[in-house]
Design a protein around this ligand. Structure first.
Ligand SMILES: Cc1cc2nc3c(=O)[nH]c(=O)nc-3n(C[C@H](O)[C@H](O)[C@H](O)COP(=O)(O)OP(=O)(O)OC[C@H]3O[C@@H](n4cnc5c(N)ncnc54)[C@H](O)[C@@H]3O)c2cc1C
Length: 390
């Protein structure tokens, strides 16, 4: 059964692509998931395989190995990946949805050749380093600094909760180079190779969620890099970060929809088969309530994320709507995973049935890439502006 959102927003070509991606995830990703969750990382061969099948650089420039397709193709890969393993989606989200996107837009030819191409072919992983131990929500107030010494820059600081850090070959590092905290001007973004002297990566965190996606701290102890490692212009780095936020939150909507859909895919057939007190549990109204709310939340999230992907393709601004999508779709994913566990009863708590993992993974999305509280602050501010009250 196709949702009306799918029929309304996807072209025939995108539908075909979606079928191919879904088949890949089921046949090639699904069997790897238990081991990836245990290992705390995906195998590099999986990225290479996805690169060979053109599943990574779908919307990135053809000159660097991408397919030059619509932004929607990236959203399709995100939703279908998260439907099978949200950890892998988080890792690819950083590589492709953030780092590669910034490199494609702001990188020099040499930077694109060296750093963008291997992300698209699946031969490299990367990280985006913003959050620090002193806080992630106040993203424009990093304590990590970079100072010009001779012709080079020297970076000093400490980042935490960095997705892919233990497996990345390079990092995009946001530093304060001048100006005051909370000001967008005065930040500089550097491309730092993981093997640069002075860089050290902590042990992977043992975390509740996204266990197949490694996360750790990174320390920058007087790390010297040449001017050519600046992404974009010096002092303009925070604008790069802010420029990507709307689309980042739309991709979050894709991921949340994937997680919620996976929950329904497991819970609905289970409810139809499981018999308690002589009747299948799908006949009980309290179970029907759960399935109805899951289905409604999924369709509304999917409609909004497709709608916003199309708006992003047209180049429209959408901070308010993208925040609404992130807030709402993460609540749907958390609700759907909680209800799926409940429908499965004791089996829901057993790893074998997957909803336990989905329950853990969903929670991440109320925190990562901007917490629900921060989304509400943005929505409130934008709403008050409509009444000239901001
Ligand atoms: C698994 C994982 C992967 C991550 N990957 C990356 C990554 O790759 N790169 C990266 O840079 N970061 C990454 N992060 C960091 C993530 O973006 C931050 O955790 C998030 O932005 C919140 O920051 P914080 O954890 O420091 O919480 P804080 O900013 O300390 O916030 C703590 C609490 O206070 C609330 N709060 C803060 N300010 C306000 C306010 N004004 N009003 C009301 N409530 C408020 C928050 O909503 C939250 O509930 C990752 C985090 C996780 C858990």
């Amino acid at each position: 059964m196709k949702s009306l959102a799918v029929k309304t927003f996807l072209t025939a070509e995108e539908l075909e692509f979606r079928t191919m991606v879904r088949r890949f995830m089921k046949d090639e990703l699904q069997p790897l998931v238990p081991q990836m969750e245990k290992d705390g990382r995906p195998p590099m061969s999986l990225f290479k395989r996805m690169g060979d099948l053109d599943l990574l650089g779908t919307y990135l420039p053809v000159e660097y190995g991408g397919s030059g397709g619509s932004l929607m193709t990236r959203a399709i890969v995100a939703e279908e990946t998260a439907r099978v393993n949200a950890g892998l989606d988080a890792t690819i989200f950083v590589n492709i949805g953030l780092v590669a996107k910034h490199l494609a837009k702001y990188g020099t030819e040499a930077q694109k050749e060296k750093y963008l191409r291997p992300l698209i072919t699946g031969e490299a992983c990367a990280s985006i380093c913003l959050t620090e131990p002193t806080g992630g929500s106040d993203a424009l107030s990093p304590r990590t600094t970079a100072k010009k010494v001779g012709g080079d820059w020297v970076i000093k600081g400490h980042k935490t909760f960095i997705t892919n850090a233990p497996i990345a070959q390079f990092f995009l590092v946001f530093t304060r180079t001048s100006g005051e905290n909370r000001r967008a001007h005065g930040g500089t973004c550097f491309i730092v190779d993981a093997n640069t002297p002075g860089v050290s990566v902590g042990q992977p965190f043992d975390k509740l969620c996204l266990r197949s996606s490694p996360t750790s701290e990174i320390f920058f102890d007087d790390v010297r890099v040449p001017e050519s490692q600046i992404l974009g212009e010096a002092e303009m780095g925070f604008y790069i970060m802010l420029d990507g936020l709307d689309v980042e939150r739309v991709f979050e909507g894709a991921c949340n929809t994937g997680i919620a859909q996976a929950c329904l895919d497991i819970a609905a057939p289970y409810a139809n088969e499981r018999k308690v007190f002589g009747k299948k549990i799908a006949d009980y109204q309290m179970i029907q309530d759960k399935i109805a709310r899951m289905a409604a939340g999924i369709e509304i999230s999917r409609t909004m994320f497709y709608h916003l992907v199309r708006a992003a393709e047209r180049g429209e601004r959408m901070s308010n709507e993208a925040s609404m999508l992130k807030l709402y779709s993460s609540e749907v994913a958390v609700m759907a995973s909680r209800e799926a566990v409940q429908i499965l009863g004791g089996y829901g708590l057993m790893e074998e049935y997957q909803v336990a993992r989905l329950y853990r993974d969903a929670k991440h999305h109320e925190i990562g890439a901007g917490t629900s509280e921060i989304m509400k602050l943005i929505i409130h501010k934008e709403t008050m502006k409509q009444y000239d009250l901001a």
